[in-house]
Design a protein around this ligand. Structure first.
Ligand SMILES: [Zn+2]
Length: 104
C-alpha cells in the first residue's frame, strides 16, 4: 500500500468515527476527527469529494439529522445543507445520482 492509499483509509476511518461521535452528541470530538481528516486530505492532496456534503466547512461538525438540515430545491436544481450548529449554508447542484445514493 502506498502512502496515499493509507491516507485515504485513515480519512475514511476518521469520518466513520466523526459520524459515531456526532450521533452520540460528542460534537467537539466529532469536529476534531473531521479536522484531522481534512488535514490529511490536504497534506496528500486528496479529494474529499465523497465526504464534502457530510460535514460543515465552517465549523467542521459532522452532519447528522440533528446537526444539519437538507433541502432539495427542485426549482434551481440545488441542494442546500444548513449547519444547525453554526448556521452556515452550503449549496450544491443536485443530480439524480446523488439523490439515490444520499444516506443523509
Ligand atoms: Zn457549522
Amino acid at each position: 500500500m502506498n502512502e496515499r492509499k493509507i491516507a485515504k483509509e485513515r480519512i475514511k476511518k476518521l469520518f466513520d468515527m466523526a459520524r459515531e461521535e456526532a450521533i452520540k452528541d460528542n460534537l467537539d470530538r466529532s469536529r476534531r476527527y473531521v479536522q484531522l481528516a481534512r488535514k490529511i486530505a490536504m497534506k496528500f492532496n486528496l479529494s474529499l469529494r465523497d465526504y464534502k456534503r457530510k460535514f460543515c466547512k465552517k465549523c467542521n461538525v459532522y452532519f447528522t439529522s440533528k446537526t444539519s438540515r437538507v433541502r432539495y430545491q427542485k426549482k434551481d436544481l440545488r441542494v442546500t445543507y444548513t449547519c444547525l450548529v453554526c448556521g452556515n449554508v452550503q449549496k450544491y447542484p443536485y443530480t439524480r445520482e446523488k439523490l439515490k445514493k444520499g444516506k443523509n
